[in-house]
Design a protein around this ligand. Sequence first.
Ligand code: PLP
Length: 386
Amino acid sequence: VSRRAAAADRAFEAVKSFYFSSRYGERRGDATIADFTFGNPHEMPLDGLVAAIREAAVPLDENWFAYKSSEEAPQAFLAETVGRELGLPLEPSDVALTAGAFGAISLAFRLLLDARDEAIFNAPAWFCYEPMLLAADAVPREVALRAPRFDLDLEAIEAAIGPNTRLVIVNTPHNPTGRIYGRAELAGLAEVLERASRRIGRRVFLLSDEPYRRIRFDGRAFTSPAAVYPWTLVSYSYGKVLLAPGQRLGYLALSPLMPASDRQQLRDVMFASQMALGWCFPNAVMQYAVPQLEPLSIDVTALARRRDALSEALGRAGHGVLPPEGTFYLWARWSGDPVRQWEALADEGVFVMPGTLMKQPDYFRISLTASDAMVAQALPYLARRA
Ligand code: PLP
């Protein structure tokens, strides 16, 4: 196999073995376990989602299932609605329709990174940035977030930017910590990127990965980095807000604050890059459904209820819980030996995601997409002191 396939495989090793061959891998899909691992649905899909897909699947003309790239109607719709949401004058051609945030991220890498260009991401991180960068023949550079609150470490980001740095990735609301970065922190990051771009004589772009943007607790505000730093590309997915990650739909959007010449250059190559990546567009049905899907959301109040019940139980057990501001994850620090504690929960059929998957062995992540029944089943074990 190619060197980059092998490198991506190595970077993904911990997740692969957890998913396929761990004690969790053996029990995955078993209806009797309480599954808090991946952000997957454990209840029936939203009614509105099913209705929208049904309606969009019925052909109204002979071109219904013809090749679809970024279609004009969803582009125009998204420019308007997302523009309003983010307070940015998006234009239809700023929006590339993709198969989820995965597709948007790989498109961003294709648009911006040449072989051996460096991209910085903040750790702990979603476990796919690194393998995806390696698969793009780019060089991942990890910068630690500042524990215990996992704030961006602006000085460390600035220090990590060198002559080959082309991209910084920021994920807000953040998986796995649930943090939402505030406007002031993002403005600080924008200053760092501006200064570093001048220092290295080359523009450092920002990828704002925001698939959890609409999943926020306690009325928290959200600022997109695209409103703060002009050279920003936004990746988004409907997979999270609809809790339907198997129905691939998302987009990559260019910040309209980007200088016209840079923005136009990127717009000009988006279509060809998506085609070259292997027709990296969402399928026709999901594109037709965009207007009906846009207002739908999973029940964030139910997520908050689970967050509170689980945080209270984990606190009683002595684990250190960081209350999430957004996403559907809860990030916690083991009170004792991580392996022993994970195994003890697994003995009871309770499966959480070990922090080792995010190179943070002292922590674990709980997905609040588990059903209420799973939460009720697991609470006594999660509350148990080691
Ligand atoms: N970015 C982050 C931070 C994620 O957590 C995920 C999914 O877990 C993705 C991107 C990919 O989202 P999707 O599968 O909806 O494309």
